[in-house]
Design a protein around this ligand. Sequence first.
Ligand code: SF4
Length: 200
Amino acid sequence: MSKTDRLADLKKEYTSCALCKELVNNRTNIVFGVGDPEKCKLVIIGEAPGYYEDVKNEPFVGKSGQELNKLLASIGLSRDEVYITNTILCRPPENRNPKAEELKNCRARLDKQIEILNPRLVITLGNFATQYMLDTKQGITKLRGKVVEKNGIQIMPMFHPATILYNGGKNLHIFEEDFNNVAEILKLPPQKREQQRTLL
Ligand code: SF4
């Protein structure tokens, strides 16, 4: 069975998931994830769907998503060539952090998604997703850019792309450094990366 089919089966299992009572009443969609399972070597995990993600049924849309797209393009990757999902699939009310019980409820799905996709690298975006995936209390400032192996998965934490907007682009060089390291790890062809950069 192909990765695409296995992922489609998993998605079906969660079509009417009602494990998290508070989230069921708040969500418009169950935002499963986007990307080409056959091509992707990189999985990106954020915290949870926000307003636009919930409405459009796609993770990382809106302004942060646009920043993420630009960063991916800077190393020659499109959204289709990575897979993007979140720690939980349903939008929390008022965009609060996911609760421990919700994370637990959605964990088997996340683990299964990663197992099926079998990526070369997982990026966690922001403090919440990073601390959750690495099971640590250490902050993102210390952890960003360093690849850590956890349960057999290579994980690289990064700042959330929303911070580019908050900081008026002052921290963009940190993202460029981290994404260049991602390109090295994934062995992306330098020529393609240079071509993409000139398009930005
Ligand atoms: S967050 Fe995950 S476990 Fe909770 S209701 Fe949504 S799909 Fe189900």
